[in-house]
Design a protein around this ligand. Structure first.
Ligand code: TYC
Length: 127
């Protein structure tokens, strides 16, 4: 019988190590039993959309500034995105890992809290 000496590739397919001593390049013998090695590369982290929400009070210029400073949008794109939110109620400002998405959302709310604007964001899993 052939012993396991495969390694897992990023796509999840099995790649066999060199035959011979029963040890793949990355496999480890443990009491004579081969164990599958850990994945060689970490999985992609779950991603989250930061959705900017419309309201009736936050000035358009302030939203454009937020999109440029917090989401690093060029001015033309920031104006376009702000108008989309204004006309359609919401739009995706960016897609990030959970921690980064939460931080962006907190930064938006905090920036708006100082001049007392009600600007808000929502987070949504990306797929
Ligand atoms: N609707 C706001 C206004 O008329 C502008 C606005 C745009 C507010 C986008 C929030 O996320 C927003 N002043």
């Amino acid at each position: 019988m052939r012993e396991w000496n495969g390694t897992k590739t990023m796509t999840g397919r099995v790649r066999m190590g060199a035959p011979g001593n029963g040890r793949g390049a990355e496999g480890e013998a443990e009491g004579g039993v081969m164990v599958a090695p850990a994945r060689t590369r970490p999985k992609r982290p779950p991603m989250y959309k930061v959705i900017l929400l419309n309201d009736d009070y936050t000035p358009m210029e302030f939203v454009v500034q937020v999109l440029m400073e917090i989401f690093h949008k060029p001015q033309s794109e920031a104006v376009e995105l702000m108008l989309t939110v204004h006309q359609q109620g919401a739009a995706v400002a960016g897609i990030y890992t959970r921690e980064v998405a939460e931080t962006k959302s907190e930064e938006v709310v905090e920036a708006a809290r100082i001049p007392e604007y009600p600007l808000q964001c929502a987070l949504e899993p990306n797929e």
